[in-house]
Design a protein around this ligand. Structure first.
Ligand code: GLA
Length: 394
């Protein structure tokens, strides 16, 4: 197959272990695997108390940790070949930036009243950075899980999800929703998770698509606008809720807003906010209908909803970009592509495509040169397998 990156999980975990032994003397560390995620439907709905439909994938971070007898932190990023050294009770954001994901989690665990000692840590993985597959959530969840095991804290998965999200909100400064951490922690092999971000109830749906694979087309555009525009979208949604609230005081999020409320109270006041909110309200409805498609085995109908989501994200929510639109446009009339859309926060990263397995090589051969020619960028291709969530690595 052309240009497709293949995962070698066993060798990743042994590379991390080897590095640990070469840097730190002493006992065997414990090793945790924590995956990235895809999301099938439900984009920009999590922070609006709506629904999401993610799954954990075969791209992951492997983290080795071992206790120290002092209160020092020695953190090593294998892929960046960088080391951070600090003290467990003096946590400050680091100029290296990547330690912040671990330090934020340490801070949140301490805030829950769990004392931690010093530890050594080496991590590395194969989740592409900035491609919208949530390498940051995977790193946070790996840290939470590893420390819970190492210090026998007995944290349950939902607690680890919430503290990982809070670490990103507080220590890293991105006001992300709960989807990425939830998917990384609660993933189940060959299933997608429908999560209700209001009640946090979740249901697994089997996603065994005979002869169909998840293909991620990486635009190779790093989402540099993502954090500022992300926070702006949140504010626009909140503005819409306030306009509705003036008439329906009990409503606290777009989850409980209907299209007719938006037409009555938002459209006449602010067209831009109306379009943002309309996308979110429609996306929640689309996701619920999409899970019915899955239950009926109607993948064609499900795929059409992915295309509709892309349209909404591109035209109404405006978080796409030229390259992502180009990639979706290239596949939308291809009978071998069941559905496609941009995935994640937006402004770069990947499109997620459901493609007939027998057609993948041909698709990649066709799109790679036209993408290069039109966008002056190299396409990268990943085949996503749905895997289990964060766990001890074997
Ligand atoms: C990012 C955030 C998630 C979610 C998506 C958009 O991945 O971390 O919480 O909001 O964007 O659906």
């Amino acid at each position: 197959m052309m240009n497709t990156a293949t995962a070698q999980p066993a060798s990743l975990s042994s590379r991390v272990l080897e590095k640990f032994h070469s840097v730190f003397a002493g006992e065997n560390p414990l090793i945790v695997r924590s995956p990235g995620r895809v999301n099938l439907l439900g984009e920009h709905t999590d922070y609006n108390n709506g629904y999401v439909l993610p799954a954990a994938i075969n791209k992951a971070i492997y983290m080795a940790v071992g206790r120290r007898s002092d209160n020092e932190l020695h953190l090593v990023s294998l892929d960046l070949d960088q080391t951070y050294t600090g003290i467990i009770d003096r946590l400050e954001p680091s100029p290296l930036h990547w330690p912040d994901y671990l330090l934020g989690v340490i801070q949140q665990i301490q805030a829950l009243g769990h004392p931690l000692g010093g530890f050594n840590c080496v991590f590395g993985g194969d989740i592409p950075l900035g491609a919208g597959m949530s390498s940051s959530a995977a790193l946070e969840c790996a840290t939470a899980f590893a420390l819970s095991e190492l210090f026998a804290l007995g944290l349950d998965r939902l607690t680890m999800v919430k503290l990982s999200q809070k670490a990103e909100n507080v220590f890293v400064g991105l006001q992300c929703g709960i989807m990425d951490q939830f998917a990384s922690m609660f993933g189940r092999k060959n299933h997608v998770i429908r999560l209700d971000c209001q009640s946090l109830e979740y249901t697994y749906f089997p996603f065994d698509m005979d002869g169909i694979r998840i293909v991620l087309l990486d635009s190779n555009v790093k989402h540099s606008l993502a954090s500022s525009e992300y926070n702006t979208r949140r504010q626009q949604c909140e503005a819409g809720v306030r306009l509705v609230q003036a008439h329906y005081p009990d409503i606290t999020s777009l989850r409980d807003v209907t299209l007719s409320m938006l037409e009555a109270f938002v459209e006449p006041v602010d067209m831009l906010v109306y379009r943002r909110c309309r996308y979110v309200v429609e996306e929640n409805a689309r996701l619920l209908a999409g899970t019915e498609d899955l239950q009926k085995g109607d993948l064609a109908a499900f795929g059409q909803k992915m295309f509709a989501t892309h349209k909404g994200l591109s035209h109404d929510y405006e978080v796409s970009c030229e390259e992502l639109d180009f990639l979706v446009d290239q596949v939308k009339d291809d009978p071998d592509v069941i559905g496609a859309r941009m995935m994640g926060g937006g402004f770069g990263g990947c499109t997620i495509n459901l493609v007939k397995e027998s057609a993948i090589d041909g698709l990649v051969e066709r799109i790679t040169p036209v993408y290069r020619q039109a966008m002056k960028k190299e396409l990268k291709v990943y085949i996503g397998e749905i895997e289990n969530g964060t766990s001890l690595a074997k």
